[in-house]
Design a protein around this ligand. Structure first.
Ligand code: AG3
Length: 276
């Protein structure tokens, strides 16, 4: 898919009849890699924007919501303080950065596309920096293959992927979650981004039902991410035990706090219906 820049607007298409447009000062980059198309824009309202295959991955201004919510929620819900984490995808470094901030000192980040890392290094140095930290081991390889062959275990597995079309499709499937189960510690939690409940109900259903086939405890939570489809975004997490959390330990982020942790799991009826 090529990204059309019409009179300096970048648009992510949600359907044939709807798109979200950002007026941009400049297109800083457009490359086709072995896996996908990567674009970087300088926008007026959201700072630099990273798009993959025409879909917004992050912007400088609102990336904190996604990266806090995909890390801090499972971190504080785990029964014992997580000490190790595996990030699948996340080649921009945003997720690893939040994990470091929380205090995790043993992080493996497996990104399939080396170009995502290169692009982040050049255009999002504040996110990229975490990948150079000595506590982060960056591997450029297929996350599915890594999980199949590793003999390590992790307290957190974070699937920081694109939507379930193209290279990330396998990351929303039952077999992948089953493989992840083997690399989780007893205390372990796996979390994935699971799309916009409104515009991508199938992504959420795939993630939820796939996890449910493998794990006894699966739950979906949501956050407000202005630059993603509909602004209403879901994450789905799973574990072998019922998470109670360590709420007394919570330190707040820019979005995350103790009320958000509790409230994020309160789902509108149409979302409950999707995962019933
Ligand atoms: N990965 C999830 C982005 C999903 C956005 N989907 C969309 N715009 N249709 C974000 C990567 C940030 N580390």
């Amino acid at each position: 898919m090529t990204v059309k820049l019409i009179e300096n607007w970048f648009s992510e298409r949600y359907s044939d009849n709807l798109q979200l447009s950002f007026r941009v000062m400049d297109q800083l980059l457009s490359v086709k890699t072995d896996y996908q198309r990567i674009d970087v824009f300088e926008t007026y309202d959201f700072g630099k924007l990273l798009a993959i295959d025409g879909t917004v991955q992050l912007t400088e201004k609102d990336e904190f919501v996604y990266h806090e919510m995909i890390t801090m929620v499972p971190y504080y819900l785990a029964s014992r303080k997580p000490r190790s984490a595996l990030v699948i995808g996340g080649g921009d470094g945003g997720t690893a950065g939040q994990l470091l901030k929380i205090g995790i000192q043993d992080i493996v980040n497996v990104e399939i596309d080396t170009q995502v890392v290169e692009v982040s290094k050049k255009y999002f140095p504040n996110l990229y920096r975490s990948l150079t930290d000595s506590m982060v081991k960056l591997l450029i390889e297929d996350g599915v293959k890594y999980i199949q062959k590793t003999d390590r275990k992790f307290d957190l597995v974070i699937i920081d992927s694109t939507d379930p079309v193209g290279p990330a499709e396998g990351l929303f499937m039952k077999d992948f979650y089953a493989a992840i189960k083997r690399v989780l510690t007893d205390n372990g939690i796996v979390v994935t981004q699971s799309g916009s409940p409104f515009y991508q109900p199938k992504a959420l259903q795939m993630a939820f039902s796939g996890m449910k086939e493998v794990f006894p405890f699966v739950s979906t939570y949501t956050a407000f991410i202005p630059t993603y489809p509909s602004g209403f975004w879901s994450f789905t997490m799973a574990s072998a035990y019922e998470t109670k959390g360590r709420l007394e330990e919570i330190s707040t982020g820019k979005y995350f706090n103790a009320d958000i942790l509790r409230g994020a799991f309160k789902l509108p009826e149409f979302v409950r219906e999707l995962i019933r």
